[in-house]
Design a protein around this ligand. Structure first.
Ligand SMILES: Cc1cc2nc3c(=O)[nH]c(=O)nc-3n(C[C@H](O)[C@H](O)[C@H](O)COP(=O)(O)O)c2cc1C
Length: 176
């Protein structure tokens, strides 16, 4: 059996929840990306990295991006991103362009639906949400805009354990 590490970067808990479920279902060890160093996961054969998506980018994905060719060479890497717009093909394509190009292009990855609570947004995040919300009102959003406006106004919790199944199957196959 290969050793598996599941690493997460989460602001509001959705990516952490998925990471916990994936670790449970694959017998992996769980790590927060906060303060984590590549040497902390040097002994692992398989690295699963997941984070919340903020303005298109998977949080702290640089932990993988910066190390994939050197310190993580020879390891199996799989990633997931958690967001509230990713059940739309155009939005997934945009997330692919931001996160999975160049050295990340061949990394198998999945997107899982997240959660959003308008009452918990502060500072820059709050301003970004207000700005995107205005773009939707101005008609500058894609076909997902109306759904997103509803999430921004009323909040949403789309987190769903069933969604991890295909990723868990792939991890199990790699670790056998
Ligand atoms: C400022 C801001 C930007 C966001 N940008 C995106 C985005 O580009 N795509 C997306 O699908 N979700 C986006 N979201 C929603 C988050 O991805 C969602 O809340 C997710 O569950 C966060 O994961 P976390 O709870 O692990 O931090 C954004 C949320 C905030 C507050």
């Amino acid at each position: 059996m290969k050793k598996i590490a599941v690493i997460y970067s989460s602001k509001h808990g959705a990516a952490k929840q998925y990471a916990e479920w994936i670790a449970q279902d694959t017998g992996a060890d769980l790590f927060s990306a906060d303060g984590l160093k590549p040497r902390d996961v040097a002994d692992y054969d398989i690295l699963v990295y997941g984070g919340g998506i903020y303005s298109g980018g998977i949080r702290n994905l640089d932990f993988i991006r910066k190390n994939i060719r050197k310190k993580f060479d020879g390891k199996e890497i799989l990633c997931f991103g958690v967001g509230i717009t990713i059940d739309n093909a155009a939005n997934r394509e945009q997330a692919d362009d931001i996160n999975f190009t160049k050295q990340m292009a061949d990394v198998p990855h999945w997107y899982f639906p997240g959660a959003f609570d308008p009452a918990k947004q502060k500072g820059l995040d709050r301003r970004i949400v207000a700005w995107v919300r205005k773009m939707i009102d101005d008609g500058d959003a894609n076909s997902f805009g109306a759904t997103l406006a509803g999430y921004f106004d009323h909040g949403c919790d789309l987190v769903d354990r069933n969604r991890i199944k295909p990723m868990v199957e792939r991890i199990r196959a790699l670790s056998a």
